[in-house]
Design a protein around this ligand. Structure first.
Ligand SMILES: *Cc1c(COP(=O)(O)O)cnc(C)c1O
Length: 421
């Protein structure tokens, strides 16, 4: 096969518009609801709640804002209302997913909490329930868990919820990447006491930005509505008893999201086809695709792969650069990502685990064995102790755009194969 760079870039995951989005945006314009109030927001909230099988959805500016309001509410419920200028989790430990986007746990820090990272399960690439049990053994006083679903492939969020219940802890589910995915027939976004979904530009459907908080608890929904609109009290003037935020969803953006929802299933089907083409294309390579748990139906947002240990060439990564030594028959994520970039396509490393991030290296990190230790600055793949670091060393995200053609994908598959030459 002759390999030439694509004329038009193949993205990791880019927005896919269909036309209805413009209709609803135009409606907002023509009726002059150019605001954070309007029919589009009402409809997005109705559809989001209905899809997830939750009672309430609150439309917000982004998923990070939704997570922040979840965390703040959980903190106040667990520990009482903090003084002004104090966070609701001040000095409290919170168990958090380790291998995820930092937006999962940034809100814990906004509220003064101390993230304690829970290692990843090799079989699911999500939070390890056994490591979480271990964490509760070590810190029985912890009452809050924030768990993300990775790349749209649910892990054991059902078990994690049970463990939380057994320990009297609340669960916040970050389903930003997993909208439309299910575990045992139950939608992601419906496992947490409070959950969050995202309409960020590269997610499975998008409003360019936006997010929703999902819950069955009307008290949370009401608080989120109040806090997200500057926490005004019910009075004829601007009356305030608590701190507020400007987090509400725009009715224009809600128009985009409203127009996208009918295409969620179509996007999932396209992403599934992408995943399956990779799986078939790589069947003779020493690699595995990201795992699908029994009983789960992923939304296939990002196709990922991991290289078998014996086929990893030597690779070193410090805080900003990567180097590798090419060996015959072996490769590494850096080489594959460079080869993909060279044909004008976009891959991405696995989310670098939080316990390896400079800002969290001194934070606690808990594996199945107990207290884990972050590796120091530079390290060499192979001699790793924890699952998250290992997946980061050997894994990568492949171009997963739903508009990529089968022919383009064949070229990408061939390029990956040649890295093993
Ligand atoms: C995208 C993402 C978020 C943040 O979503 P925004 O809507 O951009 O705030 C949070 N968590 C995870 C796991 C994500 O992938």
């Amino acid at each position: 096969m002759e390999i030439k760079p694509f004329q038009k870039k193949v993205y990791l995951s880019s927005p896919t518009m269909h036309g209805d989005e413009l209709k609803y945006m135009t409606e907002a314009f023509e009726t002059n609801w150019m605001s954070t109030v309007g029919e589009n927001i009402n409809e997005v909230e109705r559809i989001a709640a209905e899809k997830a099988g939750m009672k309430y959805a609150v439309g917000l500016s982004c998923c990070t804002a939704a997570l922040h309001l979840c965390v703040k509410f959980a903190g106040e419920r667990l520990y009482g209302k903090p003084q002004i200028s104090h966070g609701a989790l001040e000095g409290r430990r919170v168990f958090c997913s380790d291998m995820t986007f930092d937006a999962t746990l940034n809100p814990v820090v906004y509220e003064g909490g101390i993230p304690v990272f829970i290692d990843t399960e090799a079989d699911s690439w999500n939070m390890d329930p056994i490591a979480l049990e271990k964490a509760f053994e070590m810190y029985p006083e912890v009452k809050l868990v924030v768990c993300a679903e990775l790349y749209g492939f649910p892990g054991r969020i059902d078990l994690i919820k049970q463990i939380c219940e057994r320990h009297g802890a609340l669960l916040i589910e970050d389903a930003a990447e997993a909208m439309g995915a299910t575990l045992n027939g139950k939608q992601c976004g419906s496992f947490g006491d409070y959950s969050a979904i995202s309409y960020n530009g590269n997610k499975i459907i998008t409003g360019s930005s936006g997010g929703c908080l999902l819950t069955n608890d009307i008290e949370v929904a009401n608080k989120a509505r109040k806090w997200s609109t500057q926490a005004r009290e019910n009075a004829p003037w601007y009356q305030h008893e608590e701190v507020g935020y400007n987090y509400r969803m725009s009715n224009v953006i809600a128009g985009v999201i409203r127009g996208q929802y009918p295409y969620l299933e179509e996007h999932i089907a396209q992403k599934k086809a992408v995943y399956e083409r990779y799986k078939k294309g790589f069947k003779d390579l020493p690699v595995k695709m990201n795992p699908i748990m029994e009983g789960s139906e992923p939304n296939y947002w990002l196709s990922g792969m991991i290289i078998d240990n014996e086929y990893m060439c030597r690779q070193v990564r410090d805080d900003s650069k990567a180097l590798y030594v090419k060996e015959k028959g072996k490769t590494c994520p850096t080489e594959i990502l460079e080869a993909i970039a060279a044909i004008n396509a976009e891959g991405r490393p696995i989310w670098k685990p939080m316990h390896m991030q400079p800002m969290y290296r001194l934070h606690e990190f808990i594996t199945r064995e107990g207290s884990g230790r972050a590796r120091t600055n530079a390290y060499i793949a192979g001699g790793v102790a924890d699952v998250g670091a290992d997946i980061f060393d050997r894994g990568l995200c492949l171009p997963s755009d739903n508009k990529m053609t089968a022919e383009q994908q064949e070229v990408i598959i061939e390029v990956v194969k040649r890295c093993f030459d």
